[in-house]
Design a protein around this ligand. Sequence first.
Ligand SMILES: CC(=O)N[C@H]1[C@@H](OP(=O)(O)OP(=O)(O)OC[C@H]2O[C@@H](n3ccc(=O)[nH]c3=O)[C@H](O)[C@@H]2O)O[C@H](CO)[C@@H](O)[C@@H]1O
Ligand SMILES: C=C(OP(=O)(O)O)C(=O)O
Length: 428
Amino acid sequence: MEKLMIAGGYPLKGTVRISGAKNSAVALIPATILADSPVTIEGLPDISDVQILKGLLEEIGGKVDFTDNDMTVDPSTMISMPLPNGKVKMLRASYYLMGAMLGRFKKAVIGLPGGCHLGPRPIDQHIKGFEALGASVSNEQGAIYLRADELKGARIYLDVVSVGATINIMLAAVRAKGRTVIENAAKEPEIIDVATLLTNMGAKIKGAGTDVIRIDGVDQLHGCRHTIIPDRIEAGTYIILGAAVGDGVLIDNVIPQHLESLLAKLREMGVHIEVNDDQIFVRSVPKMKAVDIKTLVYPGFPTDLQQPLTSLLTRAEGTSIVTDTIYGARFKHIDELRRMNANIKVEGRSAVINGPVQLEGAKVKASDLRAGAALVIAGLMAEGVTEVTGLEHIDRGYSHMVEKLNGLGATVWRENLSKEEIEQTKNA
Ligand SMILES: CC(=O)N[C@H]1[C@@H](OP(=O)(O)OP(=O)(O)OC[C@H]2O[C@@H](n3ccc(=O)[nH]c3=O)[C@H](O)[C@@H]2O)O[C@H](CO)[C@@H](O)[C@@H]1O
Ligand SMILES: C=C(OP(=O)(O)O)C(=O)O
């Protein structure tokens, strides 16, 4: 087990290149199951979620080569192996194996997913979709059992706008008989990316990126090459970091339109931002204004950037209120930020942040992926050294974070935990 050491209080400068999108990657990889010949996905991030999914595809008999961020999957030798336990519990997106395996084999057994603990994360809308397509679904001892004699297109209205349910239903529907219409679908860029891959594989999908998606089922899907979109959440994290401690940070390989809600808020705070075609330049300013933020489905402010932004808001003058309408309990980072001298309290679904304060280095623990990002940003802003544990969460979603930070002039390194520290982490 390791901890991340951060020598804080120094300005960062230079260029950071953004990796492929985690939340696309974790759907694109399972989508390859639906093809009958090899699929290559270019530009995948080097993160543990991707490695785990690679292992899961191999468990079901796929041949997978992952070299220099490009993954080629030969799905022709895959079998419908039950996956009730094991690796599926290590990430959220293993739920996409349900839609993809159901679509290909008309049956699947997949353990309930893991991922970040952000309060309750039900999958009732995924199940409603599978049932509407004709599958019988049961939950037995923590695993979902799915079976269908035949999948038939259906009209499905999502009661909750869900990224996961939208993609999962697409995966199950592309090889179903007839037309499926998903209404009240999520509109996140990752959904368009998955639809693009499936279309390149021969699927017939219209409307991805709007709230009505129409899918006309086809009998077979074939191999293709696909380049993943850049990670807007990783990009947003480095933009926030640049706003916090940047003496001129260029974020390279981004799609600026994916980040409009964040850029608007940062401009409101007074942060200096310049946008080019696929780059965003950000520079910190001595004084920033407090702002209120409400997380919403895309194109609203993303819940995944709420935690990193909280760290920056400790520097803003006045009171900021951050309300998470998607995950009302996504505030486990707040206690840790308080250890670093932040003046924040949680009231219901909101965090109330009073600033400005000078953060101070401390020993803190990442409880989930974006809490980890928030603590790294706070560590870079703080005076003194910060030690962050819980790195397995950060490794799920940030490719080569230490190298990227040090490339901007930070002094950040990983160290093994002592036996004593491992015991303390277990008891915490
Ligand atoms: C792997 C992946 O892409 N993860 C992202 C995805 O998670 P995920 O796909 O799990 O999130 P959803 O969009 O499904 O969840 C949105 C909201 O709907 C609720 N809900 C969802 C499904 C369901 O069947 N029933 C239900 O009630 C959830 O509890 C949540 O309040 O979108 C989230 C919201 O942008 C992001 O934070 C995650 O980073
Ligand atoms: C919550 C997240 O991921 P997951 O849904 O994979 O747990 C995230 O990426 O912030």
